[in-house]
Design a protein around this ligand. Sequence first.
Ligand SMILES: [Zn+2]
Length: 258
Amino acid sequence: MRVHSALRRVESENVAARLPGRDPRLASQAVLITAHWDHKGIGPIVHGDSIYNGAEDNASGVAAILGAAKAMTQLPRPARSILFVATTAEESGLLGGEAYVQHPLIPLAQTAAVLNLDVTNVRGATRDIGALGMDRSTLGSVFVAVARAESLKVESQPDVRGSFFRSDHFPFARSGVPALSIKPGLDFVGRPKGWGEQQENLYNQERYHQPSDEYQRAFRYDGMAQQVRVTVRTARAIANDPAMPRWLTASEFQRPQP
Ligand SMILES: [Zn+2]
């Protein structure tokens, strides 16, 4: 077998904003909310189109963290700081997330948790919501309680195709920071059973990483609002809890010993 590869040096930025915590003892610690802002740029032409817009993957996630940031500036400030990080070059191999972990704005030992949003719900309100990593840390029970408070069921989503290892929360998890990736629900209000799975399969087959992942008039944002509410409430619950979240003993990830 022969493999050709090329290295290209480019510069790109992670974009971060900090909402300072209210508690003088905890404000130096942070909860991170992340979403990658990059997509695949210009690539091979498919059906006459070479622009890979990435509307769902991940303009939708960036819109969600902007919405979360706006909401959190209007709520009482939590004890710990909240750091919103739009990461770059996720599609090139989680490079922005990896760079952040190597040069964190807040030491990783002081980073309570990471909540990641990669492809959010643009298909309408749901009765459920999910997260990757729920079974790995104490963030899982916080997330389940928040979902319940929002009247949403939680289906534990299996790590399909190694999905827990394939977005920006992963470099953080590997460095020991408990992490969740909050996913759209699948049980859509006003749609027949199985519709959510069917739409997700269609997305994966017809639009995922293709020029056709672009804005559609059919997009609806009530489900994204649910997902943002759950993200904000989860972040606030973690930021206000005097105890740091921790990995479960069964998890393959652990915080490094100080
Ligand atoms: Zn993505």
